[in-house]
Structure formats: structure tokens, C-alpha cells
Design a binder for this molecule. Structure first.
Ligand code: AMP
Length: 420
């Protein structure tokens, strides 16, 4: 029999990898919390209509990529969520969080899009995102950019990334610009590729970030959004840029940055791999969506948010090691029962304990060092007979033999000295 494989574009993430995911997720969760964002969890299955109009009928996600099913007994169309911003705004309004001022939330979880799989692009992928709803202030947009800059710093990947920013204007400015743009592309339709030609009437903004060379050349000479911006829109983005520049975060202005989804206005931003001019592999994208709440039947509530791709972030943060154990138990003649008792005593003292590995004493010590354990707890026959254990600190080889009754306290103290 052949092993039944995972679905195309979907994958198992094994323990050797998940340790890294946990580290990155924990750093991110701490970062969100330091900026006042609380965790939100929303359903994976949603009504398809929640996304169809909001993301845009003419976007790739809605046209081709959503996993949509018909619910039985007249339940209508449901789908696996392709993103979580719309769900988050719905949840905030339904939960009444917007009544207490600016509501800030973050979320994490799997999203589903039937894309063509390749490295860094999956059909089930993980996003971490944050949304702030209830304020139109540019300080909110800047706050989220600063949060992300800090996150990249903490993960040690800031040098690999570049921030790109654009201003899509207020909704009516964006609409007027789209008309100008469509007229321009219509005049040059013969030189555009097929995908771009199909987008002229429905989604001309997306032609601006075309990956096709000839189309990109036509797009580069297109009328600019900047010429369609009113005073207020200009001022909004100028303030965002002023705040982030004042805190030392560098950015590049990118007139071709339009984002894939329809609900954005004013500030949009993306973090891409440094030097990736065409933004082939964005790590994170976000922006303002001031009309979204009303579009889904909520009150008028300006908002701003972003989502980052965890699969891509984990690849980038490849130096981030899995968390090391505090102790490795080394069975050197002690019985399984005695080892299990010790492990529980050490865990009661708040330490993480890996059970004994295979091999002799020196082999097991080598494995503990490779796992970057702080302590090796050696359990030999003599120790068991005397109801004792030997605790060895791997960094400097300091060693103590102690009674079982003192094991937790001594091990915790040696471990905490190691961390200082
Ligand atoms: P979006 O919701 O399209 O703005 O995407 C936000 C981020 O999610 C992107 O910058 C990517 O890092 C990540 N992402 C989007 N689609 C995929 C995918 N199919 N596979 C892996 N990551 C993705």
C-alpha cells in the first residue's frame, strides 16, 4: 500500500520545526501585547459572503482561490477563511469592543487559498495579524509599522527586510484614480499581457504591480496616484512617515504597491526581502480599511491592520533555534521508575525535563549538550540506592550530588545561575 499523502499545497509541520514556530509565535505574542493588542480567535469556517464583496469580486482570491462549499439544508455558501481581517472586524463589532474606544486585537492561525503551490506559497498557510479599529489617526498606522519593525529586530531579521509604503488615497480619490488608470491602460492594451488586459475595467490598480516585464514597463509610465490625492490624504500619510522616520525606521515609497484586496485606502505597506523590487515574496502586508466595517453591516469605524506570513517568517528566521530543555535526564543504571519520579520532581520545580535518551553515559551527555540543555541530571544505580541524584551544569561542568528531597530546589538554583 502507498502511504496516503497530504493534499497538494498542504503540509505536516514536524516537531523539529514546530519548536521554531513556538519561539517565533511567543516573540510575536509578547510584542503584540507590549503594544496593547489582545488575542482574538475567530472561526476557520465562515460565510463566503463575508469575503466575496469585501476582498473584491475581481480579486484573484475571490475569483479563483477560495475553498467554498454549499452548506446542507439551505445553509448557503460557506468557505475556509482566506484571510482574517474581515472576520476580526466582524468579531470586534459583534462583541461590542469598539464601544470602549480603539479596539486592538491580534490573531494567528491557518488561512486557505487554492494557489499554485511553490516554495513559500501553500494552500494552507499560517498568518499572524493585528487590527486596530475605531480611530482614523495616522498614529495607528505608524504604531503597527513600529510594532513590526520591533518584531523583526527581536527575531534578528531586520537586516533582511525592506519596508515599502504607498498612499491609495480616500475611497473616492482611489475610485477616480482607477478610472484615469483604466483609460490609460485601454490606450496601451495591445502591449499588455493577457492577465493585465482582463483587469483593465475591474481592477486596474493590480496592473501596477504586474510581474510581466512588458506590462510593468507600461505600468511604470502610468499616471500616478499622487496626482489624485487631496490635502487630507497627503497629510495623513505624511504624518505616518514622519512618526516612523522620527523613530529611525527606514522605508521606501513605492507607487506600484497596491495590495491585492479591495478594502484598502490611504496608507498601505509591505515588508519584502531587501532588494526584491517586484515584491515577489512579501513577508507582511497591511494598511488602512476605513470603509470595511460599514461594508459588512457594522457602524462607521475606521481601521488599520496587517497580516504576516508565518511560513515565510519561519524560513527567514532560520537562525532561531528551537527552545532548549532546562534538564536532560541521563539514565546511567537508574531504573525507569526512579527516573520518572525524578523527572516529575524537577517539573514540579518549574523546569522542563527531557526523558533519558538511548546510549551510554557519554553519548547521552553529548546529546544533552547538542540540545543546548542547561543541566544534565545523572541517575546511576548508586544514586538510586541512596535516593540521590547528580546534577551537572553543562556550561561549566559544576556538579552536585543531592538528596532527592532537595533535587528540585538545587536544580532550579543551578539552572537560574546558568541563565544569569
Ligand atoms: P495577504 O493577506 O495576501 O496580504 O498576505 C499577507 C501575508 O501572508 C503575505 O505577505 C505572505 O507572507 C503570506 N501569504 C499570503 N498568501 C500565502 C500563501 N499562499 N502561502 C504562504 N504565505 C502566504
Amino acid at each position: 500500500m502507498v502511504l496516503i499523502p497530504a493534499l497538494r499545497g498542504m503540509r505536516d509541520i514536524l516537531p523539529a520545526e514546530t519548536g521554531k514556530w513556538r519561539v517565533v509565535e511567543a516573540v510575536a505574542a509578547a510584542c503584540f501585547s507590549r503594544y496593547g493588542y489582545g488575542e482574538l480567535r475567530t472561526p476557520v469556517l465562515e460565510r463566503a459572503e463575508l469575503f466575496q464583496r469585501q476582498l473584491g469580486e475581481h480579486t484573484e482570491v475571490v475569483q479563483k482561490e477560495m475553498y467554498t462549499f454549499t452548506e446542507r439544508l439551505g445553509g448557503g455558501e460557506i468557505c475556509l477563511r482566506p484571510e482574517a481581517t474581515v472576520s476580526a472586524v466582524r468579531a470586534l463589532v459583534a462583541g461590542g469592543l469598539h464601544r470602549r474606544g480603539v479596539a486592538r486585537v491580534w490573531y494567528g492561525g491557518p488561512m486557505f487559498r487554492r494557489e499554485r503551490p511553490q516554495k513559500g506559497r501553500y494552500r494552507q498557510f499560517w498568518q499572524l495579524g493585528a487590527e486596530a479599529v475605531g480611530s482614523a489617526a495616522p498614529a495607528i498606522d505608524a504604531e503597527q509599522i513600529l510594532l513590526l519593525a520591533r518584531l523583526w529586530d527581536e527575531l534578528g531579521i531586520a537586516h533582511k527586510l525592506e519596508l515599502r509604503i504607498n498612499n491609495l488615497g480616500a475611497a473616492q480619490e482611489r475610485a477616480a484614480y482607477c478610472q484615469t488608470l483604466a483609460a490609460y491602460f485601454r490606450r496601451h492594451a495591445a502591449k499588455l499581457d493577457k492577465t493585465a488586459r482582463a483587469r483593465i475595467d475591474d481592477n486596474p490598480l493590480r496592473i501596477l504591480d504586474s510581474k510581466d516585464d512588458d506590462t510593468a514597463a507600461i505600468a511604470a509610465a502610468a499616471p500616478q496616484m499622487a496626482e489624485h490625492l487631496g490635502k487630507e490624504s497627503r497629510q495623513h500619510c505624511a504624518t505616518v512617515k514622519e512618526i516612523i522616520a522620527a523613530t529611525g525606521v527606514k522605508f521606501v515609497e513605492d507607487a506600484a504597491l497596491v495590495r491585492g484586496l479591495d478594502y484598502y485606502n490611504l496608507t498601505v505597506f509591505e515588508w519584502v526581502l531587501a532588494g526584491d523590487k517586484r515584491r515577489q515574496n512579501a513577508l507582511c502586508g497591511g494598511g488602512r480599511y476605513d470603509g470595511l466595517s460599514e461594508q459588512i453591516g457594522g457602524p462607521p469605524l475606521p481601521g488599520c491592520g496587517f497580516a504576516l506570513g508565518l511560513d515565510r517568517l519561519i524560513d527567514l528566521a532560520d537562525e532561531t533555534p528551537s527552545p532548549p530543555p532546562d534538564c536532560c535526564l541521563i539514565a546511567a543504571g537508574g531504573s525507569a521508575v526512579y527516573c520518572a519520579r525524578i523527572a516529575e520532581i524537577l517539573r514540579d520545580a518549574g523546569l522542563s525535563v527531557w526523558p533519558p535518551n538511548s546510549g551510554n553515559l557519554s553519548k547521552q551527555l553529548k546529546k544533552a549538550a547538542a540540545a543546548r540543555a542547561s543541566l544534565a541530571v545523572i541517575v546511576g544505580e548508586a544514586e538510586e540506592t541512596a535516593e540521590e541524584i547528580t546534577i551537572k551544569r553543562l556550561r561549566d561542568g559544576a556538579q552536585q550530588r543531592v538528596l532527592l528531597t532537595a533535587a528540585g530546589t538545587v536544580a532550579a538554583a543551578m539552572h537560574s545561575e546558568d541563565k544569569q
